[in-house]
Each structure stands twice: as C-alpha cells, then as structure tokens.
Write a protein that binds this ligand. Structure first.
Ligand code: IPE
Ligand code: IPE
Ligand code: MG
Length: 248
C-alpha cells in the first residue's frame, strides 16, 4: 500500500461519497466462516475506510449498513448486526470524536431497540460540532421508506401541492442538509441499487467493484476516486469542453 496523496486536482475530489458495503457473507463463505465473521471483518474495514476518507479530504461519507429489507434475514444474523452496531459505537466513538468525525443516522431509528436508539442518539449528540468528516450511517434505511416518510410529513404539515418542489422534498428526507452523493461505490459486483438513496442518486457517478467489502482497501478507494475525477458529469447538458469547441 502506498501512502501518496490523491493525484487529482482538489476540485475533482468528490464532496460526498456513499458506499454500499456488500459482500461480507460471501467473503466469509469463501473462508468457510459463519456470515457474522464476514460482518465483523466488514466492520474492521469500515474503520479503515473512515480514516482514509478523512485523509482524502472527503466531507461526507454515507455508509449503507442495514436496509429495511435486511430484517428478512435469519434472526441470528439480524441480532448479530444489531450487536455489531452497538459494539462499534462503544469501541470507536471516542476515537472518531477526537478525529473530528461527526456521526449522523439516516433511516428509521424509532424502529430499533431502545438501547440502540439511546447509543445512537448519544453518538450524534457528542459529535454534533465536529466538522472534519460527516459520516451518515444508513441503518434500518430504505430509499422508498424515506420517500414515504417525507410524503407523510409533507401532508401532515399541510403543504399546498404547488409548494412541493425538489428543494422542499430534499428538506423532508433523512438526508436534509446533506449534498447529494457525487460518487456511489458498491462492492461485491452487484449491479443494482438495493433501495439506497434512490432520490439522492439522480446524478451520482457509480463505481462498482467485484471486491468484497472486507477487502475494499485504501488503494482501491483511491482508484475509485481517481476514476470519478476522470468522469464527464454532464447533468443532462452538453459537456463544457464540447461547448467551447462549438463556440470557437
Ligand atoms: C453486506 O454484506 C452487509 C449487509 C447487508 C448487512 P452481505 O451480508 O449482504 O453479504 P453477501 O451479499 O451475502 O455476500
Ligand atoms: C444492500 O445489500 C444493503 C446493505 C449493504 C446494507 P444487500 O446484500 O442487502 O442487497 P441485495 O439483497 O443483494 O440487493
Ligand atoms: Mg449482500
């Protein structure tokens, strides 16, 4: 692993990177280990990825840790994932706080065990003034659920139909105040969105790698960011370079 800084201009570094941390189960299976061992290895890797994000100058990192559909897994695995969330908070919170990481949560917190809710709320409160890196933890998160929740609140607030705009919807999402992800990374090679940030990903760039999440290291993260820096983001328009040529 080399430790050279990113070899790209500052303005090409994505402000917000989102990650679908997938492939823990298959990583474990390959080694003849139980799935939960894969989730543990995945959690270790998350710690490295958070540190690398700080080093790379990423401002927002959103990580998909537990989807609204993941409740459908065997109860033992669900229990294990709930335990891991608490364990990570217990073991990592102080260090993350001292490194300037602000922790936030997206998803339905109220549907989690009250003890977990308490820990998550404490972590959010403790780190709320940190500004080096914002880490949004998507836990019990579903993109459709988020949109349903936003619609419910918009109606409950008595908003008139003509006042419902893109900007207003943004304010009612779990991600209110967070810029849309510039880059979404999915590990383990699956070519699907799996209910992740389906509103916010309208113009995100995707990077999909066959690497399983526990093996997604800093070098590959760097490659993902460098690939992003070389993309031509047109947002439905014509690329700036091409326009200049036409006008010349
Ligand atoms: C991602 O790994 C972690 C969660 C969804 C919680 P998986 O558990 O989905 O791993 P695979 O896809 O079965 O390999
Ligand atoms: C997406 O992975 C959810 C998380 C990484 C938390 P899944 O493994 O649940 O997605 P599918 O089932 O392959 O679409
Ligand atoms: Mg999976």
């Amino acid at each position: 692993m080399t430790d050279t800084p990113l070899n790209i201009p500052l303005e090409k570094i994505p402000q917000h990177v989102a990650m679908i941390m997938d492939g823990n189960g298959r990583w474990a299976l390959q080694r003849g280990l139980p799935r939960l061992a894969g989730h543990k290895a995945g959690t270790e890797n998350l710690r490295r990825v958070i540190r690398a994000s700080v080093e790379f100058g990423i401002k927002y990192l959103t990580i998909y840790a537990f989807s609204t559909e993941n409740w459908g897994r065997p109860p033992e695995e669900v229990r294990g994932l709930m335990f891991i969330l608490q364990d990570v908070i217990d073991k990592e919170l102080d260090e993350l706080n001292s490194e300037g990481v602000q922790l936030r949560h997206i998803g339905r917190l109220e549907r989690l065990d009250p003890r977990i809710q308490k820990k998550v709320l404490h972590a959010i409160d403790l780190t709320k003034n940190n500004d080096r890196l914002v880490v949004n933890v998507a836990f019990n998160y579903g993109g459709r659920d988020e949109i349903v929740c936003a619609i419910q609140k918009i109606i409950a607030d008595g908003i008139a139909p003509e006042d419902v705009t893109d900007e207003l919807v943004n304010k009612y999402l779990f991600t209110a105040g967070v810029p849309d992800p510039d880059l979404i990374i999915r590990t383990s090679g699956e070519l699907r969105v799996s209910n992740f940030l389906i509103w916010q990903a309208a113009y995100s760039e995707w990077y999909i790698t066959p690497t399983f999440w526990p093996d997604f290291d800093k070098e590959e993260y760097r490659r993902a960011i460098e690939a992003f820096a070389n993309r031509d983001r047109r947002f439905g328009k014509v690329s700036a370079g091409e326009l200049q040529e036409t006008n010349a």
